[in-house]
Design a protein around this ligand. Structure first.
Ligand SMILES: Cc1cc2nc3c(=O)[nH]c(=O)nc-3n(C[C@H](O)[C@H](O)[C@H](O)COP(=O)(O)OP(=O)(O)OC[C@H]3O[C@@H](n4cnc5c(N)ncnc54)[C@H](O)[C@@H]3O)c2cc1C
Length: 423
């Protein structure tokens, strides 16, 4: 018989620890945005400390294997912990992309040495990981990457030299390590000539620049790699098998916060507070007539989208945790989340009326973030792969419809035309 703690015993222990040791949830747990770099670095240090606190108390990586510092418990234990965590602070910066997809890819494809070196360090709050997939030439066609890894064997040992550029990497400027997809073979078709590597991000040869968004945020980064040496022992998976690793990487990315490896308060983002659902506060603060049937209809639609998003995520997370169901089901959740968030941002703007503004929620009450959320509504349809690509995945890999035609599938990558035709 298993000597694993029951979910209810675990829940009681978790509840007592959470109540006794954690403060209330903070506004930045949802948005992660800070007013200055200085504040952001403070928040990063705070998250490192909080993650360490979770680890020391035995709650650092509930579903991670015991041999790598986790608790080796089930998804049901994690769910119980996340439910108890609702309303409390947590190390939000560790969830995505550090725990998933980076740590999950390491768990799935890393060597025992790589896992022993990095998984405990991640769980102790010592390492933040970024994902280096998208390139200036395009992010949707992941297999079209041109960042190059060239084999070398010199005084530094057996390894690879990385040259090229990655872009849109979230907050790379303070991250410790990166998971990188690079081209290692130009003589074979594009899906068969890539390899995954891990590397420290803050090192000579990697120049990180920041990109300013319409909102003024500078979380997105671009990295330029010039002759960066990576030992062969920091290769993930077989040489040229980067697509095998990469498809699982993108799967874990789509599962995102629903992953059994992510500790995060239940219901976060499923916006409600003691004063009721956020959408009702927006309507009230915006001066909408709460007796007007058309206002009630919009509020109802907003709430229905919230509830469907939540339930869909729950069902897909259950399917993923149980190992049943098509592994590409996560694309349905990713697609729905994008479409629903865009519609909700539009409804909120309508309800807030003239009170909608592009200032922060702290300054303007519930309606404060409405204008900015509306302006930024497409972001959720792009990050983690676009909703268009999700539609393709659902069509081809869930519904079994014919694959999109592609002219470069069986052509050596060096012969694939990139950029406009000349002459
Ligand atoms: C908030 C945020 C965070 C991000 N974080 C990271 C990160 O940490 N690391 C990282 O590597 N990347 C990150 N990205 C980048 C993201 O993965 C890419 O922006 C995304 O994959 C799209 O790539 P692209 O912007 O190059 O657009 P493109 O690939 O150039 O696509 C342009 C448009 O064409 C559409 N399109 C392209 N191909 C097809 C097709 N076959 N069928 C139908 N439509 C198609 C796309 O859907 C899109 O609308 C982030 C993006 C955002 C917004």
């Amino acid at each position: 018989m298993s000597d694993m703690e029951t979910v209810e015993e675990f829940r009681a222990r978790a509840r007592a620890w959470i109540k006794g040791n954690l403060g209330p949830q903070q506004p930045w747990d949802l948005s992660q945005n800070c007013d200055s770099d200085e504040e952001e670095l403070k928040a990063v240090a705070r998250d490192r400390g909080l993650q360490r606190k979770f680890f020391d108390a035995g709650f650092g990586g509930i579903c991670f294997p015991k041999e790598y510092g986790g608790q080796g418990l089930t998804h049901d234990h994690l769910r119980a912990f996340n439910e108890e965590l609702a309303g409390y602070e947590y190390p939000s910066r560790f969830t995505v992309p550090t725990f998933t997809p980076c740590a999950t890819v390491l768990l799935e494809f890393g060597t025992p040495e790589q896992k022993a070196r990095h998984i405990p360090a991640i769980l102790k709050g010592d390492e933040f990981w970024a994902q280096l997939l998208s390139e200036p030439g395009g992010g949707s066609d992941v297999a079209g990457i041109t960042t190059r890894a060239t084999r070398v064997n010199d005084e530094r040992g057996d390894g690879w030299l990385i040259n090229g550029a990655k872009v849109w990497t979230s907050r790379a400027w303070w991250h410790d390590w990166g998971l990188l997809l690079a081209r290692t073979n130009w003589d074979v078709p594009k899906h068969t000539g890539m390899t995954v590597f891990i590397l420290p991000l803050q090192q000579p040869g990697i120049e990180i620049s920041r990109i300013e968004r319409l909102s003024g945020e500078t979380e997105a980064c671009q990295e330029f790699f010039t002759d960066v040496f990576v030992p062969d022992s920091d290769r993930i998976g077989e040489i040229d098998s980067g697509w095998t690793v990469g498809t699982r990487w993108m799967y874990h990315e789509r599962v995102g916060h629903n992953s059994p490896y992510v500790t995060r308060p239940a219901g976060l983002g499923h916006q409600a507070s003691a004063e009721g659902p956020t959408v009702v506060r927006i309507a009230r603060d915006g001066g909408a007539d709460l007796e007007d049937p058309s206002v009630l209809e919009l509020i109802g639609e907003h709430r229905a989208l919230d509830i469907v998003t939540h339930e869909l995520q729950r069902r897909i997370a259950n399917a993923a945790a149980s190992g049943y169901g098509n592994k590409d089901l996560s694309s349905i959740d990713r697609l729905f989340r994008g479409v629903a968030k865009v519609r909700q941002a539009t409804i909120a703007l309508d309800l807030a009326g003239h009170a909608a503004s592009a200032w922060t929620e702290e300054e303007e009450g519930a309606t404060g973030a409405t204008g900015m959320n509306f302006l930024m509504r497409q972001v959720v349809c792009i990050g983690g792969g676009t909703t268009e690509i999700s539609r393709n995945v659902v069509a081809e890999r869930v519904l079994g419809m014919p694959r999109e035609p592609s002219g470069d599938k069986n052509v050596p990558f060096k012969d694939v035309q990139r950029g406009p035709k000349r002459g």
